[in-house]
Design a protein around this ligand. Structure first.
Ligand code: F3S
Length: 285
């Protein structure tokens, strides 16, 4: 059996930085302050459980955050709204901002463009925390567009310029397609492709590998949108694509001795999980 692991599998720069910052806080917490992350630090249950064991709690909503009057709050790589920063400051909490710099850049863009009175379009999934965070900086005159229907339906209420940005983990092809639909409406549009290269590279490499192998394994959290997209891309290329969270979910009974197997993983998948799957696939045959 031949096994290939994608070079771009696993933590991207932003997620690694955010996870490392939590472990750093645990290590350097001399004053024994309570440590919180605003939302799970990444979409990976294993990592979140490990952090819980080390005393890190997850705050799940603005209302929960408002009640916290003491401690360290870590903002995850997805970033968050301006309102969240205001509450942290008002409550006298210690802020550790692990927002990925690429997401921060989008916050800055939409804030600047909003100040120029532009209508902001975010191409992305409206339920995703990153998009909700960006929305929190772009003002009320914002539309989130996630699919063809929403793009077709989009109509500018006032005669304004439009600025389009994207969720960092959005599928590049789909982004281009949705922008094309909106552009046809004839508005004065500026498009800023804010899709992160890490995602693009991971998707392109996964597609290439999936097209060549017999079985493709995609590792990542159930709720990780970038892993779900990775799975979609691989499934399109390789019918035998398996979506697993950990080694426990992997059923190797369908694999043949002479199979060519590909492995990739979403941005929130720790290296040790990828390694474990890789090792087990190799030793099985
Ligand atoms: Fe940042 Fe790109 Fe990762 S935006 S969090 S480096 S996918």
């Amino acid at each position: 059996m031949k096994v290939v692991v994608a070079k771009s599998a696993g933590f991207c720069f932003g997620v690694k930085r955010a996870v490392d910052s939590v472990y750093e806080q645990i290590e350097n917490n001399d004053n024994d302050k309570k440590i919180y992350t605003y939302g799970p630090i990444i979409h990976n249950e294993e990592v979140v459980k490990d952090l819980e064991k080390r005393g890190v709690s997850v705050i799940n909503s603005i209302d929960e955050l408002k009640k916290v009057k003491n401690g360290i709050i870590i903002i995850r790589s997805h970033g968050t709204t301006k309102e969240t920063y205001d509450i942290i400051e008002d409550n006298g909490l210690t802020l550790v901002d692990a927002t990925c710099p690429f997401v921060k850049k989008i916050h800055k863009i939409v804030q600047d463009e909003k100040d120029k009175e532009k209508h902001i379009i975010i191409i992305g999934n409206s339920a995703h925390p990153e998009v909700q965070g960006i929305r929190g900086w772009s003002g009320n005159d914002t539309t989130v567009i996630g699919n063809e229907e929403e793009a077709e339906r989009f109509e500018l209420k006032e005669n304004k310029q439009v600025c389009i940005v994207s969720q960092t983990t959005f599928n590049y092809k789909k982004f281009k397609y949705l922008v094309e639909i909106i552009t046809k409406k004839g508005y004065d549009i500026s498009v800023l492709d804010t899709i992160c290269n890490a995602t693009h590279e991971r998707q392109a490499e996964a597609k290439k590998i999936a097209a060549e192998v017999d079985e493709m394994i995609v590792i990542g959290g159930k709720h990780s949108s970038n892993t779900q997209k990775l799975y979609e891309i691989c499934k399109n290329e390789c019918n035998h694509t398996y979506y697993i969270q950990t080694l426990d979910d992997l059923d190797l009974s369908n694999f043949k001795e002479d199979s060519y197997v590909g492995i990739t993983a979403g941005a929130s998948t720790p290296n040790n999980i990828i390694e474990e799957v890789h090792t087990n696939v190799r030793i099985k045959f």
